[in-house]
Design a protein around this ligand. Structure first.
Ligand code: ATP
Ligand code: MG
Length: 583
């Protein structure tokens, strides 16, 4: 069936919506693909629904290809499942919670590990049943703190989530690798430019978690890629080259310096260089101890956490939070510091922290054996030659510094560059976390129980629609990749007619439309009584890959074919148009 614009439920807008921050939001609304219903909640109109369904279908085909089986869970979920895993509490404010008429608690599912685990436990019992991978394409709900950028961060959104269940680590690795390949095929078919980034650092388990990121200036995720090797990681997981370890005994004894009025790194460095300490100091020689606070889900109290970084570096709280999730992290304020009166603001030294029972970690740039100028825990006093592993011992390392251009790759030493992207997919080896919580076992050949190991894999289906748009638009509107466009061909007849009669051009366009449909093309026909200018503007805005104008040239037996992406136009003979567009 040819779709006629005179009948299509579509109203395009001349103006950008006032709340639109990014091109995909602006254009999808203007072109009548989506409408906002509430913050982070959108309605899909006919054109948008076609794109969404196509994306979902590509995902479905590639999941089926790796042998995953489709199921569908409810979105309205009773509390008990999430109580077992602890996530009823862990989710905090980020889920929608509600009660039924009897007062029983429910939530709208933000992701479904608990449900899948329980389902498999109910159906399967023997090792012969495994492995199995299940998936669903479903609406998810998250009460995101900052719903923004239209479909990119919704509070209601469509996700494909799948879960693999295996008997052993090798099986999990295969399920993970299969998903990785499926995701590569999905995002290639969707016409997306994407990168695969480590989402947890090597120290925490190597490739056990990777994100698929679509580079885009409006992406919320910052990732880091090496300019030389293929190392790509998100900023939470990135490992940057640290200087070599040093011998702690190679440094002079530590000494306390009188450094009045030097609460900042700059004032301190200036003072150090007026003292006769046998060398020039920069901020990079100082150790800055930044006081943060953390709170576990469900806890009322915040706990202090001090992080040591080289003085010339900033602390990246988002990066730290990404690693400590679901624990919350914030900068400590004066009231928090007041609880530890021995901590002197601006002059905190690492040696005292252990004594006070305050947790202290350092960035890996603060290598074992390195010597620093740092606070001496007294107003106006610093200490020099304070050595890690001799004068203080941190409780651990935490990638805390803000990554900057020029940082070096931990793999090959070349410079790293920072880029922005949109997370469109995530693959993750969960291991036995949920199998343990739900006691998901298979009975082995010898009768012994085998604890199942799981993977969890997500694709942002609705987010992908926006991500495609972010990578593919121009000043005039949307530019769909052929695989995703709602229609293959947008037919635009323009010409005068006698009142009440179709124009010659419309008649010719009707015939072309029928022939193209018969040849398997999906056709949108602009049969509206509108000006040529309006029709051209809408055709560009809607973004179908090929626009065919049936206009003046019809008199010479020709039509004009415009490639939406390149803007290139060419004349094609009327009797050749169908064969040319369907070859
Ligand atoms: P983000 O860091 O962007 O919040 P996430 O780590 O919470 O994502 P997952 O829980 O791994 O995401 O969800 C799987 C996929 O679902 C993501 O890769 C992303 O594409 C999509 N997704 C997550 N949150 C949203 C959202 N609020 N709106 C649209 N899509 C989302
Ligand atoms: Mg999230």
């Amino acid at each position: 069936m040819v779709t006629r614009m005179s009948q299509l439920f579509l109203r395009t807008l001349r103006e950008d919506p006032a709340d639109a921050e990014v091109p995909s939001h602006r254009l999808l609304v203007r072109a009548g693909y989506i409408r906002r219903t509430a913050p982070g909640i959108y309605t899909w109109l006919p054109l948008g629904k076609r794109v969404l369904d196509t994306v979902a279908q590509v995902v479905r085909e590639e999941m089926d290809r790796i042998g995953a089986q489709e199921v569908l869970f409810p979105a309205l979920l009773p509390r008990d499942f999430y109580e077992v895993s602890g996530r009823w509490t862990d989710y905090g404010d980020s889920v929608f919670r509600l009660q039924d008429r009897k007062g029983a608690d429910y939530m709208l599912g933000p992701t479904h590990e608990e449900l899948f685990t329980t389902l498999v436990k109910g159906e399967y019992s023997s090792y012969r049943d495994y492995p199995v991978t299940l998936y669903q394409i479903q609406t998810k709900y998250r009460d995101e703190a900052r719903p923004r950028a239209g479909l990119l961060r919704g509070r209601e959104f469509v996700m494909k989530d799948s879960y693999s269940f295996d008997l052993d680590d090798a099986g999990l690795q295969k399920s993970y690798d299969d998903h990785r390949v499926a995701y590569q095929r999905i995002f290639t078919r969707l016409g997306l430019d994407y990168r695969i980034a480590f989402a947890v650092s090597g120290a925490m388990g190597g490739s056990a978690s990777e994100e698929f990121l679509a580079p885009a200036p409006n992406g919320e995720d910052t990732f880091v890629q090496c300019t030389n090797c293929d190392y790509t990681a998100n900023t939470e997981a990135v490992e940057i080259a640290a200087p070599p370890k040093q011998d702690p005994s190679s440094h002079p004894e530590s000494l306390v310096l009188d450094t009045p009025d030097t609460p900042t790194i700059d004032t301190l460095v200036e003072r150090l260089n007026t003292m006769d300490l046998g060398g020039t100091f920069t901020g990079a020689d100082t150790l800055k101890n930044v006081v943060l606070k953390t709170r576990r889900p469900g806890d009322a109290e915040w706990e202090l956490l001090v992080v040591g970084v080289p003085g010339d570096r900033e602390v990246d709280i988002k990066r730290i939070a990404g690693q400590l999730e679901p624990v919350e992290v914030e900068q400590a304020d004066a009231a928090d510091l007041a609880k530890q009166p021995q901590l002197v603001r601006g002059y905190i030294g690492p040696d005292l922290l252990a004594e006070l029972g305050v947790r202290y970690v350092v960035d890996p740039l603060v290598v074992p054996g390195s010597a620093w100028v740092t606070g001496a825990n007294e107003e106006g006093k610093h200490a020099a030659y304070v050595v890690r592993g001799r004068d203080f011992e941190p409780a651990g390392e935490l990638g805390a510094v803000e990554i900057r251009d020029g940082d070096r790759c931990a793999r090959c030493g070349a410079t790293l560059e920072i880029a922005r992207g949109i997370e469109i997919g995530h693959i993750f080896q969960l291991g036995r976390k949920y199998a343990d919580a739900f006691e998901l076992d298979a009975q082995g050949p010898d009768g012994e129980a085998i604890r199942i190991t799981m993977g969890s894999y997500g694709v942002g289906v609705s987010r992908a629609v926006a991500a495609i748009t972010e990578q593919s638009y121009d000043d005039s509107g949307l530019v769909w990749p052929a695989s995703i466009a709602p229609y293959d061909v947008h037919l635009v007849p323009v010409g005068k007619a006698k009142p009440g009669e179709p124009s010659e051009q419309l008649n010719a366009a009707e015939q072309i439309a029928r022939d193209l449909e018969a040849a398997g093309k999906r056709v949108l026909l602009d049969d509206r009584n509108a000006t040529a200018g309006e029709k051209f503007a809408d055709a560009d805005l809607l973004g179908m890959p090929t626009i065919v104008v049936v206009g003046k040239a019809l008199a010479d037996g020709e039509v004009e074919v415009k490639d939406r992406r390149s803007g290139e136009r060419r004349k094609v003979a009327l009797d050749r148009i169908v064969s040319e567009l369907s070859s």
